[in-house]
Design a binder for this molecule. Structure first.
Ligand SMILES: Nc1ncnc2c1ncn2[C@@H]1O[C@H](COP(=O)(O)OP(=O)(O)OP(=O)(O)O)[C@@H](O)[C@H]1O
Length: 443
């Protein structure tokens, strides 16, 4: 059967939709580069403000950089990104202005054409017998159609902007963690756990040629306190990352109580690991919220099962899910006891609102040592089965070092036998003493 003849309207639709698609795709690209430049500018300003003391102490705020006009390195970088955003913004505005101008000229020309040709017909010069009423009605319809098209054009513009912003958000939302938190079915065993590395090999994905661990084996027995000492860059923090399963080994095995760590439910496992790291991170919340960070609200077992069932179907082997949903928020008494053990209770009691005091962004209203003691109490409140102390007193001054050392000693002492402890340090002298064994990563 022969194809029906093409109507001129079809060609018009094809041309206009191709034109719209080209314009939309171009506008999308321009908008995307605006967002990227704005994000870069934000990253520079956020980093500079967060590290304002370093910026000031290095004089980077006064650097008379060639392009900076004496405004400093960070401001120069910020301006460069903003200039790129502005350049692309101008491009976008010119394109929008061009489209608007063309649309309005077409509208203007069409109106003149309608009135000229319509008037001609109304006056009876043509072959048609057009009434003045029909001409006015036609012109009104044309105006309505035109207004609708102009609005659609504006909406399309907003949609393109929203779509390019959404694309950047979705790129981040769609990122999948390499190791999903709900992987593994096995629940945690009773009591402290042993952890062992068997011929573990590891390199970071970004640097596949630099082997960090090459066939490393050791065992931390259940309830033991083991110290690991190694020079800077030897791979101590990498060990902590492997124990927390931020990464999986590239060779060999990490075993928990003799079973591969990969078999344990990761979320539940991490709930039972306490960490105090060299770069203590606290949140812009109250001291209480920081101490109970990551701990869930309590309830009875029945409620816990109900809550677990909401997450995933509850059956006989759902014990760990129930355990997770059961909640583990400690009582105020326990919180104060943990703060006491971490030598934090005294300074918390001196704050205006005590445990409800806000500590500012990144804990800026506390000293380094106080932040560290909050982190130690936080680790203790998780009632850990495995405690990882990674250079836990690195960032504090001499005065605070003593307090943090006491807090750490009390912590290790209080969990001794109930929890396996891995102490990581640069120097043997930091950890030598009551610990069972010193172990060098250089060996
Ligand atoms: N995310 C990463 N990507 C690539 N390489 C990394 C990464 N993190 C660490 N490394 C490299 O891995 C090696 C071990 O680093 P790691 O942080 O484990 O050392 P460390 O013993 O804890 O050092 P320090 O005592 O100074 O904290 C180093 O050579 C380091 O450059």
């Amino acid at each position: 059967m022969a194809a029906p003849p093409r109507h001129p309207r079809d060609d018009l639709e094809t041309v206009s939709s191709t034109h719209a698609a080209t314009l939309t795709s171009h506008a999308g690209q321009v908008n995307m580069s605006i967002r990227v430049s704005m994000a870069d500018a934000n990253a520079v300003s956020t980093e500079a403000l967060r590290n304002i003391r370093t910026v000031r102490s290095f004089g980077a705020d006064l650097l008379d950089a060639e392009t900076g006009g004496g405004r400093g390195k960070e401001v120069t970088a910020f301006r460069q990104h903003m200039d790129t955003a502005l350049k692309n913004g101008m491009k976008d505005s010119y394109a929008s202005a061009g489209v608007t101008a063309i649309t309005q000229y077409v509208d203007f020309a069409a109106t003149i054409l309608i009135l000229w040709y319509g008037g001609y017909a109304v006056l009876g010069y043509g072959q048609t017998d057009l009434q003045i009423g029909n001409l006015i009605t036609f012109n009104l319809y044309w105006n309505m159609l035109n207004t609708a098209t102009t609005n659609l054009n504006g909406m399309l513009n907003t949609l393109v902007k929203a779509a390019s912003a959404a694309q950047r958000v979705f790129e981040i939302i769609d990122l999948e963690p390499d190791i999903p938190a709900d992987q593994g079915e096995k629940g945690m065993d009773e009591g402290p756990c042993s952890i062992s590395f068997q011929e573990v090999k590891f390199f970071y994905p970004m640097r596949p040629d630099a082997m960090v661990l090459n066939g490393l084996s050791f065992t931390v027995g259940a309830g033991q306190t083991v110290a690991m000492v190694g020079k800077s860059g030897a791979g101590k923090s990498t060990l902590v990352g492997l124990m927390l399963r931020f990464y999986d080994p590239k060779g060999g095995d990490v075993l928990l109580n003799g079973c591969p760590l990969t078999e344990y439910n990761l979320r539940l496992y991490r709930k039972k690991v306490g960490v105090v790291s060299q770069d203590t991170q606290v949140f812009c919340r109250s001291i209480l919220d920081n101490l109970t960070y990551g701990l869930e609200g309590g309830g009875d077992v029945l409620q816990a099962c109900e809550r677990a069932a909401e997450v995933q179907s509850c059956n006989e082997d759902c014990q760990w899910r129930c355990e997770m949903a059961l909640g583990d928020v400690p009582s105020m008494e326990e919180i104060e006891k943990a703060a006491e053990a971490a030598s934090a209770n005294d300074f918390i009691q001196q704050l205006d609102e005590k445990y409800n005091s806000m500590i500012g962004e990144g804990g800026t209203r506390l000293s380094g040592g106080q932040r560290q003691r909050v982190a130690i109490a936080r680790a203790l409140l998780r009632r850990p089965k495995l405690l990882l102390l990674d250079e836990a007193k690195t960032p504090v001054d001499a005065e605070n070092e003593g307090k943090v050392q006491k807090a750490l000693d009390d912590l290790v002492h209080s969990v001794h036998g109930n929890c396996s402890v891995v102490l990581i340090a640069h120097r043997l002298s930091t950890v030598i003493g009551g610990h069972r064994r010193n172990w060098s990563l250089d060996a």
